[in-house]
Ligand binder design. Structure first.
Ligand SMILES: C=C(O[C@@H]1C=C(C(=O)O)C=C[C@H]1O)C(=O)O
Length: 139
């Protein structure tokens, strides 16, 4: 993932929100109720994708900043604090804190991989840090 590349949205087969292996197997009224709930799930999934994309844009900027200043890709002290906060938030939201921790760690591991790659490319003189968003808009 790179915030240097602005790619056009993928054009693929149209999403069919009614696709199901249950079609024809279930009472039509039950199917209708199921599809109604699934339409909310589809909205949540779309939101998650956009949220994750924005989070990765921010972490990529951190990666370039760290590479420029020769800082390590990971920051265990920060992560410990994030996990502790996430546990509290998850409990408040009635979300399983163990799941919340696994999910955050999964994302952070990917971020750290990106930071390592940015750091290596930077050390080899391969990449210039992208300009900050407000700078690139002015050019
Ligand atoms: C984004 C950073 O780099 C790493 C990734 C983190 C994250 O995805 O939240 C947190 C700490 C670091 O291990 C950071 O240092 O802020």
């Amino acid at each position: 993932m790179s915030d240097q590349m602005e790619t056009a949205p993928e054009t693929g087969p149209e999403f069919d929100p009614t696709a199901s292996s249950l079609t024809g197997e279930v009472d039509p009224a039950v199917m209708e109720e199921l599809l109604g709930i699934r339409s909310s799930i589809d909205n949540f999934d779309a939101t998650l994708v956009y949220l994750l994309a924005e989070r990765f844009k921010a972490t990529q900027r951190v990666g370039y900043l760290k590479a420029r200043h020769k800082l390590p890709p990971s920051d265990p002290g920060r992560e410990a604090e994030q996990i502790q906060r996430l546990h509290r938030l998850a409990r408040e939201a009635h979300l399983d804190p163990v799941f919340a921790e696994k999910f955050l760690n999964f994302i952070i591991d990917e971020v750290i991989r990106h930071h390592q790659a940015i750091s290596e490319s930077h050390a080899n003189g391969e990449v210039a840090a992208p300009a900050a968003a407000h700078q690139s808009r002015q050019s």
